[in-house]
Design a protein around this ligand. Structure first.
Ligand code: ACO
Length: 448
């Protein structure tokens, strides 16, 4: 099959949020730390009424309904998540509740886990299946979902929650480019979840930022090498209409775009640099691996790349800034934000560069070519606009109440039997929620 890629997309996020300005005051940090320093405005969160399975049930059912896809049209279903509520039973198996009533049990795929990277693993597996000899002509569905919560402290404002589902098949409006993607994997303890009874990660914030930037450098260098070889010309940021990233917080994404400009600068032959990068001569001998926290380099390249950031990356940050880090769906929330930020005629034919990062660490860089058929694009973009427009009807919760709900989650995250107490009043129509966990830890759901 040709032009395998994303045919349809759905995105969901919590109906409740906490305001980052209010959280700064409540946490007693300096005004502007979360909003300017991290670049975050609001943070979506879930009460004890939602878990990773309910998020996945909601996003999959909504994708099927809104696109008039029948359960029997799906042949593979794969979930990327790091929100582990069971060490054996996959979230995918829980989603079978949406398929079994239609006699659909022939569904390959299970869950993929490595921090924020699981969604990309699920996507790549779905693409590979459609391109393979195992394909049976049906669609694949890649789902990414997480509830990102941190212990009280400096990481807490970088939480979030949400889910994305992507329908994969041939002749797609968003085609994953073949034969050029790059991957960078290493064993590091930057962010990990060794305590299986807690939802919280053990996180070395500074190390995680360094690992993210170093993975970005490595993925970009290899992507550029692969793409330049395949296309027979030198590739740089000018070849892309949009550049999107996994977004732990907005500021890191802006720094990342600047970092790619630094990579382009260092990849440019010395004799051409002053012409292509005027004013940056003093950085000729910068070494990537020594400059992660070099303020002069960061400032110079952020200033240099400001216009590129504004045009190629900033439009992709809408969901990330308004909802926070969703972990596995984060980068796909950026893709969704990008798709609704332009008219379909502006989008047609675009090249989108994508960086996916999961701590621990696994990362990849790949690209999407947007098709020229504006009818398909129009459907994806207008359905996503509908989903994202719900952002403005969310309910704001005071930091104090947010903290109480976080404490409740902390207490009950593995409790059984347990009956959730959180209100369901603010849920968007079509949301699945947890009604009961019985004494054998079996979970039961209803839909609003
Ligand atoms: N006004 C404006 N800016 C401010 C203010 C203020 N009042 N106060 C601080 N800042 C700036 C700081 O200068 C800093 O900017 P810089 O990054 O350019 O240096 C920024 O705000 C953050 O302040 P720090 O003191 O560096 O923040 P802290 O160390 O307390 O926490 C961190 C930040 C480490 C990112 C933390 O939130 C964290 O651990 N998050 C989770 C890990 C994470 O997201 N890692 C990213 C990759 S891995 C992943 O995706 C999970």
């Amino acid at each position: 099959p040709e032009n395998v890629g994303i045919l349809a997309m759905e995105l969901i996020f919590p109906s409740q949020y906490v305001d980052q300005t209010e959280l700064e005051a409540f946490d007693g940090v300096s005004a502007g730390k979360y909003t300017i320093g991290l670049g975050q405005q609001k943070m979506g969160f879930c009460s004890d009424r939602e878990d990773v399975c309910s998020l996945c049930l909601t996003v999959v059912q909504k994708l099927l309904e809104k696109n008039s896809i029948r359960p029997e049209d799906i042949g593979r279903l794969e979930v990327g998540t790091e929100t582990i509520i069971d060490k054996s039973k996959s979230v995918k198996s829980v989603l079978m509740q949406l398929f079994e009533p239609y006699g659909v049990t022939d569904l390959e795929g299970v869950d993929c886990t490595n921090a924020c990277y699981g969604g990309t693993a699920a996507l790549f597996n779905c693409i590979s299946w459609v391109e393979s000899s195992a394909w049976n002509g049906r669609y694949a569905l890649a789902v990414a979902a997480d509830i990102a919560v941190y212990a009280k402290g400096p990481a807490r404002p970088t939480g979030g929650a949400g889910a994305v589902a992507m329908l994969i098949g041939p002749n797609a409006p968003l085609v994953l480019d073949r034969g050029i993607r790059s991957t960078y994997v290493k064993h590091v303890y930057d962010f990990y979840k060794p305590d299986l009874t807690s939802e919280y990660a053990v996180v070395d914030g500074k190390l995680s930022v360094q690992c993210y930037l170093s993975a970005l450098d490595n993925c970009y260098q290899l992507y550029v090498k692969n793409a330049s070889k395949r296309l027979g010309k030198n590739i740089d940021l000018n070849d892309f209409d949009a550049v999107i990233f996994h977004s732990p917080y907005g500021k890191l994404v802006q720094k990342s775009l600047a970092r790619l400009t630094l990579n382009d600068y260092l990849l440019t032959p010395k004799e051409l640099r002053s012409q292509k990068f005027p004013g940056l001569e003093q950085f000729a001998n910068v070494k990537l691996e020594e400059s992660y926290f070099d303020r002069d380099v960061e400032k110079a390249f952020m200033t240099h790349s400001q216009a590129t950031f504004n045009s190629k990356t900033k439009p992709s940050l809408f969901v990330a800034v308004e909802n926070g880090n969703m972990y596995t769906p984060s980068v796909y929330g950026c893709l969704a934000s990008l798709l609704i930020s332009k008219s379909v005629s502006e989008l047609a034919g675009n090249k989108i560069l994508i960086f996916s990062y999961g701590s621990g660490l696994v990362s990849s860089m790949f690209s999407i070519t947007v098709g020229k058929n504006t009818d398909n694009l129009k459907t994806i973009a207008s359905l996503l606009s509908q989903s994202i427009s719900l952002m403005s009807s969310r309910q704001k919760v005071e930091p104090q109440k947010f903290e109480a709900l976080m404490e409740l989650r902390q207490e009950v995250s593995h409790k059984a039997p347990y009956t959730p107490v959180g209100s369901i009043d603010s849920f968007f129509p079509g949301t699945y929620y947890l009604t009961q966990i019985d004494e054998k830890h079996r979970r039961f759901y209803e839909r609003v």
